[in-house]
Write a protein of this length. Structure first.
Length: 158
């Protein structure tokens, strides 16, 4: 009887431990999915606002030039960074370089360097990353003395 009871308690304990481990793993996966979903929603909303800006006949180049920027760097060379670079073509703004962790896998009409590189001075760095702006600003701020601005802020202020 005691052996059976110990076995039953062990089985219940093992099942509970297994369920706890599975719940933790699922919780991490759900949290990761939620963070990714939030990031993509924020990106969609920013890009949607950007379309509205364009529909109103405004553009980001004029806004940046009015702020006194002539030579900029773009941090984040994926969707938003590529779109920003394309919009700035033919404007009076010069894109001195792009900054991206995957610099060695990317191509543009200007140099792309990693955040660890020595960054040459520019008038401003436009950060296209929707998430982690504060962390990126802190890292870049320790390396370069120009304004570090969020593309999201620019799009909503135009």
């Amino acid at each position: 009887m005691k052996k059976g009871m110990v076995g039953l308690i062990s089985a219940i304990g093992g099942a509970a431990a297994g369920m706890t481990a599975v719940a933790r793993a699922l919780g991490k996966q759900i949290k990761g999915s939620q963070e990714k979903s939030d990031k993509h929603l924020a990106l969609f909303l920013m890009m949607n606002q950007w379309v509205k800006v364009k529909q109103e006949g405004k553009n980001l180049a004029t806004y940046l030039e009015q702020k006194g920027y002539q030579r900029i760097a773009i941090y984040g060379m994926h969707y938003a960074g590529e779109t920003l670079a394309e919009e700035l073509k033919g404007s009076g703004l010069e894109i001195a370089y792009g900054i991206d962790k995957s610099a060695d896998k990317l191509y543009a009409d200007f140099p792309i360097v990693t955040p660890d590189s020595n960054l040459e001075e520019v008038d401003a760095v436009v950060v296209t990353s929707i998430t982690f702006f504060e962390e990126i600003e802190e890292v870049l701020g320790a390396k370069i003395s120009c304004p570090i601005i969020s593309l999201e802020d620019v799009v909503y202020q135009v």
